[in-house]
Structures are given as C-alpha cells and as structure tokens.
Write a protein that binds this ligand. Structure first.
Ligand code: PLP
Length: 372
C-alpha cells in the first residue's frame, strides 16, 4: 500500500504504550488482569428491558442530533442545582465523543491545552488531532492541583484546561477548594475549563463537587459508561455554554450523527423516574479500594484513592515499565505509568474486578515489593 495514503497526523498519535500492554496480555495463559477500566457490574435490568423494548417497538432510527428530548430532560434535571442561565445539554457517543466534539469545536491549530500529569490518554491524542498542543502540569507525588503551577503554565496561547476528578489513573478526587480555585483562575484568565466527570458517581470518602459550581462557563463532559456499567453502549453527554454546545452539535451532525437511539431510550426511561440507586456498587468498589490500601500499606507509596476504580502506586524498584514487565512475568497485568504520564515511576491498578482476582493480584504485588 502507498504510505502516502496515511495522513501525517496519524504518525503524531502514539498509541504504542497501552497496545504493548495488551499485546503482552494476549501471550499470558492465566492472566490476573488488573489493567482494564471497565465496570465490574452489568447494566441494570430495568435499563436493559427498556432498551430492548425500544428496539422491539421500532425505535431504531436516528434520534435528533442533540439527543432524545426525554434523556436531555433527565440530564437537565440532574444539573439544575447549578442554576446557570446559559447551560445547554446534548447527548453524545460516550464521554470520549463529547471530548472529541469539545476539543474540535474549541481548539485552533497551535492552541495550548493544559492537562494534569498523570492524564487520561485521550486528552493528548484528541488535542493533537485538532492541531493543538498539550501542556502538562505535574501533580506528583500527591496528585493534587497546585494552582501556582497551573498559573505558571498559562501563556497567551492557552485555550483550555482539562480537569478530571475522580481521576484516571490516580483515583484521587480533587477537594472543593482545589476545584473552586481552578474554576476561578480559569474564569479570571478567560480560559475555558473542561471538566471530565465520567467517574463523578464513584466517590468513596465524600460527595462529588463540580468546578461548574464556581464558574458558570465550565464545559462538562460526562457519560453513563462507568456509572451504569455500559462502556459498550457509547452513551455520554456534555453541558455548558449554549454556543459551544451548538458548535459541538453541528460537528456531531456530520460525524457521529447521534448516540444510539434505543439505548438512549433505555437510560432515559429509568433516569426520568429519578436517580438510580448506586449504593451497592459504590460500597463494593469502596471495599475493593480498602483491600488495596490495606494490602499495599507499608510496602508501596500510594496516594489514597478516593474515587473511580483505580489506584496508582509508585513502583518500589526500577522504572514502572521494568516493574510491570516483571509483574507480567508473574501473570499480573498492570499498566506502567508512562502510558498516562511523562514519568515512568508509578503503575495503574484497576480494581474493577472480582475479589478473587484482586486478591491474587495483591498477593503478587506483595511478593514483588522487594526486588529479588
Ligand atoms: N474520561 C476518562 C477519564 C476515562 O477514564 C474514560 C474511559 O476510560 C473516558 C473519559 C471515556 O469514557 P466513555 O466510555 O464514556 O467514552
């Protein structure tokens, strides 16, 4: 094939890190897989039934680009507490789709987007695709937002800051003070704040707070993948200033078109009856989080994970890549930090798995704490 058929921009997207980890996993016979960011529980039966009914009732055509009115209404209800005069809602193909639309609708070539290191990998690749540049603000070792570092990273080309709390990969949840200070800094400096809240229902030591509480122009991207256990349904949403949402909808019309209609219907029919009861799932994750903290205590340096379903300990010896290679030799799959970071010092554990798998993984990690 003629190599010129591949656009130059593709060579700027380097997905080798995570692919390498998954290639290694394929070669493993009985892997203890603590690598995947996928919920441990299945979709609620009421949602499945409603989606299946929508399919059988023939609701299989495009929805309007912005999303089914009943789903948008339910989402509107869940964000009414912000009380913002100018806050529009649209349904997207996953949080990833919302992010892609948000970045493409706002970033000009050469614009800078500030992301916190460690970061969710998509931020970098989507920014690159839009011709922008990611500027990283280091948050090691506590993974907290240090406002002076953010302020120092701002230049005349800074278009946006992306914040993600609860965080992938660290599991850390930003405090209300941190989010408030960041929200006000962005407002003061005329910078768009994009808040990725896909894990907002999964907070274990306190309630979730959004930076939109302190800045009415925050653009929020969110989704149902993680909270409702439906990563394959591709359902997300965005809310923010009407003009940005309208531009995002214009782009959605000519790319994704809409999120899957019967699946939107499935979620809408349940959400419109009120908030889904998630306490069982939250308690289960919290218990798994506690298992990790207890098992690694005194052996690994670990910022207490407060949300999502990740922990991000420091490799006790070698680089994180060397450490993860040794873990893989012992059938344990965890992801080296350099996939999410400019550093190669930490590694990500996903505890969205069974207790048995988690216990096996933690046994291996305890054995690996000291280099043989
Ligand atoms: N944002 C973060 C921080 C994530 O970890 C993920 C998925 O892992 C996404 C967005 C994408 O989620 P979705 O499945 O809703 O596209």
């Amino acid at each position: 094939m003629d190599q010129r058929w591949i656009a130059d921009r593709m060579s700027r997207i380097d997905a080798s890190g995570i692919r390498k980890a998954f290639e290694l996993a394929k070669a493993m016979k009985n892997p203890i897989d603590l690598s995947i960011g996928m919920p441990y529980f299945d979709v609620d039966d009421a949602i499945k039934d409603a989606a299946s009914k929508a399919i059988h009732d023939g609701r299989n055509q495009y929805s309007v680009t912005m999303g089914l009115p009943e789903l948008r209404e339910a989402i509107r209800g869940s964000i009414a507490h912000f009380g913002h005069a100018d806050r529009e809602v649209m349904v997207t193909s996953g949080t990833a789709g919302a992010l892609m639309l948000a970045i493409c609708a706002t970033v000009n070539p050469g614009d800078e987007i500030i992301v916190f290191d460690p970061y969710f990998v998509m931020y970098q690749h989507q920014t690159t695709l839009a011709g922008g540049v990611t500027v990283v603000v280091d948050t090691y070792p506590d993974f907290r937002i240090h406002l002076d570092k953010v302020a120092a990273a701002i230049t005349p080309r800074t278009k946006a800051v992306i914040v993600n709390s609860p965080n992938n990969p660290s599991g850390v949840v930003a405090t209300p003070d941190e989010l408030k200070a960041l929200a006000l800094l962005c407002k003061d400096r005329g910078i768009l704040l994009i808040s990725d809240e896909v894990y907002n229902c999964l907070c274990y030591d306190g309630e979730y707070r959004s930076p939109a509480e302190w800045n009415d122009e925050v653009l929020v991207v969110d989704g149902f993948s993680k909270t409702l256990g439906m990563t394959g349904w591709r359902l997300g949403f965005a809310h923010g200033p009407t003009q940005i949402i309208q531009e995002m909808a214009k782009l959605q019309q000519f790319t994704f078109v809409c999120a899957p209609t019967p699946l939107q219907q499935g979620v809408a029919s349940v959400l419109s009856k009120g908030k889904l009861d998630m306490h069982e799932q939250i308690e289960t994750y919290q218990r798994k989080r506690d298992m990790i903290v207890e098992a690694l205590d005194g052996l690994y340096e670990l910022a207490r994970p407060l949300g999502a379903f990740y922990a991000f300990p420091k490799a006790p010896w070698g680089t994180a890549s060397e450490f993860c290679a040794e873990a893989i030799r012992r059938e344990l799959l965890v992801i080296p930090g350099n996939v999410f970071s400019r550093r190669d010092t930490h590694f990500r554990i996903s505890y969205a798995t069974s207790d048995e798998t988690l216990k096996r993984g933690l046994d291996v990690l305890r054995g690996l704490a000291k280099k043989a």
